[in-house]
Design a protein around this ligand. Structure first.
Ligand code: CA
Length: 725
């Protein structure tokens, strides 16, 4: 072991001590935001509230400026680049080229008779990645991508719900009809990109969607891919209730009626919908939702066709130690339980570059296995992994420090602003309400003046800086994330730090410190007892940043005479509390709904009974007028086929949401990408998480490494092989 290597390990171990426990996130995605420890060494800046302001009379109210301020442009962080958005036809196309190429070592296998010639392995019109959409242009063959997975590999029967190990393994090995990950690169539309399905067309009435798949593409064992595979995936995996497919039939039910899939010929089929233009369904055809399963492998052993099989055996029929038949760029050829997975290039992959080079460029992908997601960051810092996602602000500084050292093999780049934290107010009039005080609190929360007062109270810059100094985090008004493709800065009503305005609004609501103990008292017409205004705020034990926000709220609202009691809960307790509706204020790390609203359109407003902060209990929910407007917009948005019209709807949504302070945004930051410097064609400004995670976003087939920078492969010359039938 070199001394350099020893130093790395020492560095790694010391980092372990300061890095928070990361939650193992095997539930989905290539990883999920995990909890982290945030240094809270600095108190949030005390509010400059002037005690005198509270004593001012109503005449003073007229002089206080209660208008929102302009929401600023984001600060670009050094080393981050804007995404270069392009229309789809400059990123990829489907067409036949005059000739095709492959790595020399693959040509040797062809000469030996181990593989058919490349033109016979490719479809009639391969998927062509265009040079105009490549960050570094057409690449060269060879190279390895070393990564890390902290989830067990159950097996490769993805369509039956098995996990191959997440962290990018699914993305590398499996293929779906459409692909959502790279939508962030599109300037022409916010629809998924074509993948195995190369084009689609709605009927005039919007009830039928005809889809055309690649003609002549082949599975990794050379078997043709046709609509038989699509139909099998639909009927016997997605629709069959005995198969635990990642997305079940319910996603395809509209107005209580099931969508139908009708095969037209080997390369085209159509969906027949019970409603017109359910355009959101395109997002049910993408990675994770509609991975195609191999009919020629699985149909003969599916319990519906084979009475010797049951569904348990069927699910386990593609075990981790047996090379699976797949459609993805890379094929798992070797697996050592909990240690290592080696994937090699799929010689039948159906994509090429403009020069006719069959993709991928890389020969090999290796996933080191470990018990916890923190291992990915540690391995990247230590030099043994080529990629990590930075999703916990508390790890940012250590990673950046290492990246700046001369011998670091990786760089760090920051994505769009989609990592947001906010304070929610429980808007239900009944659920969880036990007494007069609870009822008065909910009525108060439903008054826009109080929500604005809360927003005006927050010193967002102070809070951001206390969590992480520097340009990484900044204030957020609520509404859509600034990093969303649907975000329009001009629609934001930003009620930022203005203690005078907050105090004036509280006075206008009738609150006054009648007993002089420093805390405002309820006015008698709101709560007869006239007790002090004391509110409970729940934070999350699993996300230290929420506790920093809670601590700041105690100080900032305390200065205004509002007493906040903070209660940290773990995620299980929070879930229980939310279901019972027994909470007042809550600090959340917000979901991707506000980044990619179209894929989660029904979560934008209280449409479902389970809506996060206005949940329906046994009594009907009383929506506020503006909430009803948000519901109407969200419902129209879900079925709006036109991208520009969708953007208009989201502009209106964001205006109404922020003007009414539907919830109180606190701060927003960026996820960071740590990636090997030797990787070429990683798109500029690529988000770690938008519609999907890194491996889906990068388009791994286009990543290449210059020959002088290529590192040794573990299994040079190996292609996936299968026992003959
Ligand atoms: Ca008092």
């Amino acid at each position: 072991m070199s001394s350099n290597r020893k130093r790395m390990i020492f560095f790694t171990l010391s980092l372990l001590l300061v890095t928070a426990m990361l939650v193992n996130a095997c539930g989905g995605g290539d990883s999920e935001p995990a909890a982290a420890e945030a240094p809270a060494e600095e108190e949030a800046a005390p509010a400059a509230a002037e005690a005198e302001a509270e004593e001012e009379t109503e005449e003073a109210m007229a002089e206080v400026d209660l208008s929102p301020s302009e929401y600023p442009e984001p600060q670009m962080i050094v080393g981050s680049r804007a995404v270069e958005k392009l229309p789809l036809d400059q990123i990829l196309t489907y067409k036949a080229l005059d000739s095709y190429n492959e790595p020399e070592w693959v040509s040797e296998l062809v000469a030996e008779g181990a593989l058919p010639p490349v033109e016979e392995r490719l479809p009639v019109e391969p998927r062509v990645i265009l040079a105009s959409g490549m960050a570094d242009g057409i690449g060269v063959y060879g190279g390895v991508w070393r990564d890390f997975s902290a989830c067990p590999t159950e097996g490769y029967n993805r369509g039956a719900g098995q996990s191959a190990g997440w962290f990018g393994i699914e993305a590398a090995a499996f293929a779906s009809l459409l692909k959502s990950g790279p939508i962030y690169r599109r300037s022409d539309s916010l629809e998924p990109l074509p993948y195995l399905a190369k084009s689609w067309e709605w009927s005039e009435d919007g009830y039928e969607l005809t889809m055309n798949i690649l003609e002549g593409a082949k599975w990794s064992d050379g078997h043709p891919f046709t609509t038989e595979d699509v139909l099998f995936t639909w009927e016997d995996m997605i629709v069959d209730p005995n198969v635990q497919s990642p997305k079940g039939a319910s996603a395809w039910i509209f107005d209580d009626q099931m969508t139908e899939l009708v095969v037209i010929d080997d390369y085209s089929f159509k969906f027949v919908f019970p409603v017109a233009f359910p355009v959101q369904s395109l997002f049910q055809m993408d990675e994770g939702d509609f991975h195609i399963s191999p009919a020629h492998i699985l149909k003969p052993i599916h319990p519906k066709y084979n009475s010797d099989m049951d569904y348990v055996d069927f699910e386990a029929s593609m075990p981790p130690d047996k090379t699976p038949v797949v459609l993805g760029e890379f094929v798992p050829v070797e697996y050592i339980t909990d240690e290592l997975m080696i994937l090699r290039r799929n010689p039948y992959y159906w994509g090429v570059d403009e020069a006719g080079n069959q993709l991928p460029y890389l020969d090999e992908v290796v996933f080191e296995k470990g018990p916890s997601g923190v291992g990915r960051t540690l391995s990247t810092l230590a030099g043994s992994a080529d990629h990590s996602n930075l999703e916990n602000p508390s790890t940012f500084i250590e990673t950046l420090k290492r990246a700046e050292e001369d011998d670091a093999h990786f760089y760090v780049e920051w994505g769009p602003e989609t990592l947001g934290f906010s304070i929610k107010l429980n808007l239900s009039t009944t659920l969880g309400v036990k007494d007069d005080r609870d009822a008065a609190v909910r009525e108060l929360f439903r008054d826009v003046r109080f929500r604005k007062a809360l927003s005006f109270a927050l010193d967002r810059d102070g809070i951001s800086q206390s969590i992480l100094r520097g340009p990484f985090l900044r204030g957020w008004a609520g509404g859509l994330f600034p990093g969303s493709s649907y975000f329009d800065r001009s629609t934001v009503a930003y009620y930022n730090h203005n203690p005078e305005a907050a105090a004036a609004l509280l006075a206008d609501l009738g609150f006054e410190d009648t007993d002089g103990d420093g805390t405002l008292n309820w006015p008698a017409d709101r709560l007869a007892s006239g007790e002090n205004l004391v509110l409970a705020l729940v934070t999350s034990e699993d996300a230290e940043e929420t506790q920093t926000v809670g601590d700041a709220a105690v100080t900032l609202l305390g200065d205004l005479g509002v007493q906040i009691n903070v209660r940290p809960l773990n995620s299980a307790a929070r879930r229980e509390m939310n279901e019972a509706g027994e909470w007042e204020l809550r600090v959340d790390r917000d979901s991707q709904t506000f980044a990619v609203p179209f894929t989660r359109c029904r979560e934008l407003a209280p449409i479902e009974r389970e809506f996060s902060f206005h949940r329906e209990g046994s009594e009907p929910r009383e929506l506020l007028d503006f909430e009803q407007e948000l519901v109407d917009i969200a419902l129209a948005f879900c079925v709006e086929p036109n991208t520009d019209a969708r953007k208009d709807l989201m502009a209106e949504y964001n205006r109404i949401s922020t003007e009414n302070v539907h919830f109180v945004g606190v701060f927003v930051g960026r996820y960071g990408l740590a990636a090997a410097k030797r990787f070429k064609n990683v798109p500029a400004g690529m988000p770690v998480f938008m519609y999907n995670w890194t491996w889906e976003n990068v388009m791994p087939e286009q990543v290449w490494v210059a020959p002088e920078e290529q590192i040794e492969q573990l299994r040079p010359g190996v292609i996936p092989t299968y026992e003959s039938e």
